[in-house]
Design a protein around this ligand. Structure first.
Ligand SMILES: C[S@@+](CC[C@H](N)C(=O)[O-])C[C@H]1O[C@@H](n2cnc3c(N)ncnc32)[C@H](O)[C@@H]1O
Length: 235
């Protein structure tokens, strides 16, 4: 896939994985052609709430979902928090088409979508702009030699820290033991920046009530996997 920026040895500046799957059905293609342009994040220039949502956006919490898959979680969070604003990025076109369907079904004027790399969009946002950032079931890249491709790495984590406001929240979920170990190791390195919101094992073994399930999670549960849920507060 295309790189948006060269030079960084970690996940930053590279986009891994597939972007195109089965051809879109006619209805979905129509959504992508007709609805997506109206709710798409501009392809260049600053990504600010004012630019995307207009002057009414002032003071409203801004959420960002990295790799929203089919968009179920993004749409459910927007329905839970009607006063808040949401941006999601996903390079896989079939997922974007499904998410546009969710947005078009329930006119959620508070959602904007980007078909492409989440890190590229985050880099164009002002520092401290985000109240919440979601990284739910990132591609695991389980082989050690692919570890640099994982979304959780030093470069992206430093970027997440800059874009979250102090007191903002990073949510991360995985069912993958290799990714879990990798994430815990990295987050220890970021202890001065992110506080793990944990008091008891249930905090990471049970899905918090305001954390809608994702499609990937539903499948993992059906396959008998355990899911681990992490909430970190930006110090
Ligand atoms: C295992 S899927 C999980 C999808 C969804 N979060 C869920 O839980 O159902 C991982 C997703 O991350 C997306 N992804 C990979 N690299 C990305 C990037 N640089 N920016 C945004 N999304 C990315 C993939 O296209 C894929 O849809």
């Amino acid at each position: 896939m295309t790189a948006h920026k060269a030079g960084d040895p970690t996940t930053l500046g590279r986009l891994y994985g597939r972007s195109v799957g089965k051809p879109l059905r006619e209805g979905r293609q129509r959504l992508v052609d007709e609805v997506l342009p109206r709710i798409a994040v501009p392809v260049d220039g600053p990504v600010t709430a004012e630019r995307l949502f207009g002057p009414d956006s002032h003071g409203r919490p801004l959420h960002f979902e990295i790799g929203f898959g089919g968009g179920e979680h993004l749409a459910a969070r927007a329905a839970q928090l009607p006063q808040d604003l949401f941006i999601g990025a996903e390079p896989f076109l079939n997922g974007v088409a499904q998410a546009v369907g969710h947005v078009a079904d329930q006119p959620l004027a508070s959602i904007r979508l980007h078909h492409g790399d989440a890190l590229e969009v985050l880099e164009r946002m002002p520092d401290g702009a985000l109240s919440m950032l979601y990284l739910l079931h990132p591609d695991p890249w389980p082989k050690a030699r692919h570890a640099k491709r994982r979304m959780m790495n030093d470069g992206p984590l430093a970027l997440f820290a800059r874009k979250l406001r102090p007191g903002g929240e990073l949510r991360f979920g995985t069912d993958h033991p290799v990714y879990l170990r990798h994430a815990l190791m990295l987050m220890r390195r970021f202890e001065a920046t992110f506080e793990w919101l944990v008091a008891a094992p249930a905090d990471w073994q049970q899905r918090p009530a305001d954390w809608p399930p994702t499609r990937y999670e539903a499948k993992a549960l059906k396959d008998g996997h355990e899911i681990w849920y992490f909430r970190y507060r930006r110090r």
